[in-house]
Ligand binder design. Structure first.
Ligand code: FAD
Length: 417
């Protein structure tokens, strides 16, 4: 079924009776060429690119809940390519290029909106750091514009520029940054994968990984054993637990990250605004809600809900930056489980078990990575070689200390990244 404006019109005029389900609800087979554990953004995009780019279609995605019920449907939807360090920089640049062709590729409206992202700075030192980051982004082939105070005022007149603690000195504008509709991304990839023959199996929790003589043989699930020649672990906040089924201890801690949304308002914020000093960022959804968040809750947890101290901190930061926000009513808040690595950068690699691969460690930035991660993880699973854009995301950097990508310079404490 192809989507088009004409189709919407025709369905609208004929009682919307012609829409088909987006994907087949498949039953597990006894054996697959490859199994992807985890039906989040990264798992679904991996399956899609395995089928599309590598012609592998005897694949299953096993999801313990429902597709898109994890972080891919819980994030604040920001898409950007403004990383500084080599390794990250080329990966996110590649991912953003995939985003820019995604709707046509999937024939699905993921509502990708390149409305521009502005990172604010509040001191001379911070200005230097952002100028350096902007130069690195331009060298990578992405876009960046350093704005002075008046430049920011033109875009964001509603900010408090003279706050005593955080006066606004300027900002780094990344015009191609923006947002996308998070669950549409999961649904679009699910539909694309299913159309190419991938089995998407929901309510199917992986409870064990079968390994014989150092080679993966398949998985144990709540719906029985399934054999596979290759298995990819793509379970975000549950990475430590699932990797433990294969005897691995990952350099990952799982932490809660919260987000908040207000009642729907008329359009008032038409960029993504990031206030790093106060740990606050915000954008406005197409439904009108102000979507915002801040930092981790600062304790390791597998609960997808947060606590009040961080909620209070985020609200205070919002009020500091844009006092007008105090008039909006918060509608709801939620949390997700973040797979935090010690250097804040991800892992896409083989493991010591033959045929077993892992894609994890996305911290709180893995939504924008969904296309790039799926593309490069599929490349690794299909060919055995790292894709050039993700060649630095090696697991052994945490053992050797070589090629760590500590984007924020905060050292090896998981919750600080
Ligand atoms: C509040 C919040 C805000 C965020 N904001 C942004 C943002 O603005 N921009 C950005 O780039 N990133 C953001 N992120 C991060 C981003 O959402 C994640 O990094 C990314 O979604 C993780 O990858 P995923 O989509 O594959 O994860 P998930 O959607 O969590 O997928 C993993 C799946 O694995 C399944 N699973 C786990 N264990 C098993 C098992 N044993 N068997 C079978 N299935 C299993 C889970 O049920 C889950 O569906 C945010 C996250 C949160 C929580």
């Amino acid at each position: 079924m192809r989507f088009s404006g004409l189709r919407v019109l025709r369905e609208g005029l004929t009682g919307n009776k012609g829409w088909a389900p987006h994907w087949r609800d498949a039953e597990p087979k006894a054996e697959y060429d490859a199994i992807i554990i985890g039906g989040g953004g990264h798992g679904l995009s991996t399956a899609y690119y395995l089928a599309k780019e590598h012609g592998l279609t005897n694949i299953a995605v096993l999801e313990k809940g429902y597709l898109g019920g994890g972080n891919v449907g819980r994030n604040t939807t920001i898409v950007r390519a403004n990383y500084f360090l080599q390794g990250n920089s080329e990966f996110y640049s590649h991912s953003l290029k995939l985003w820019e062709g995604l709707e046509e590729d999937l024939n699905y409206n993921v509502m990708h909106s390149q409305r521009g992202l502005i990172n604010l700075f509040h001191s001379d030192g911070q200005r230097d750091a952002f100028a350096r980051r902007g130069n690195s982004m331009i060298n990578q082939g992405d876009d960046a514009v350093l704005l002075d105070r008046d430049g920011v005022r033109k875009h964001l007149p509603y900010l408090d520029f003279d706050n005593v603690r955080f006066p606004i000195y300027g900002g780094l504008l990344h015009p191609r940054g923006g947002t996308a509709r998070h669950d549409a991304v999961a649904w679009g990839y699910a539909r694309g994968a299913s159309d190419r023959g991938v089995d998407l199996i929901q309510q199917c929790e992986v409870t064990g990984i079968d390994i014989e003589n150092g080679q993966v043989r398949g998985v144990q699930t709540t719906r029985g054993a399934i054999k596979a020649k290759k298995v990819g672990i793509v379970v975000a906040g549950r990475s430590g637990q699932v990797a433990a089924m294969a005897g691995m201890r990952l350099p990952i801690e799982s932490h809660v990250l919260q987000a908040f949304v207000t009642e729907g308002l008329k359009p008032c914020i038409d960029h993504v605004v990031s206030f790093g000093m106060g740990h606050f960022y915000i954008s406005q959804s197409d439904k009108g809600g102000l979507v915002f968040g801040g930092d981790l809750d600062f304790y390791a947890s597998y609960a997808s809900r947060g606590n009040l101290p961080m909620a209070e901190h985020v609200m205070e930061a919002g009020m500091t930056l844009m006092p007008m926000i105090g008039k909006a009513k918060v509608l709801r808040s939620w949390g997700g489980i973040m797979d935090m690595t010690p250097d804040g950068s991800p892992i896409i690699d083989k493991t010591d078990t033959k045929g077993l691969f892992i894609d994890c460690g996305w911290c709180y930035g893995g939504f924008k990575a969904v296309p790039g991660s799926g593309f490069s993880f599929a490349h690794l699973m299909a060919t055995g070689n790292h894709h050039a854009s993700a060649s630095k995301f090696r697991l052994d950097r945490f053992r050797t200390g070589v090629d760590l990508m500590d984007e924020e310079g905060t050292g090896s404490q998981h919750n600080l990244h």
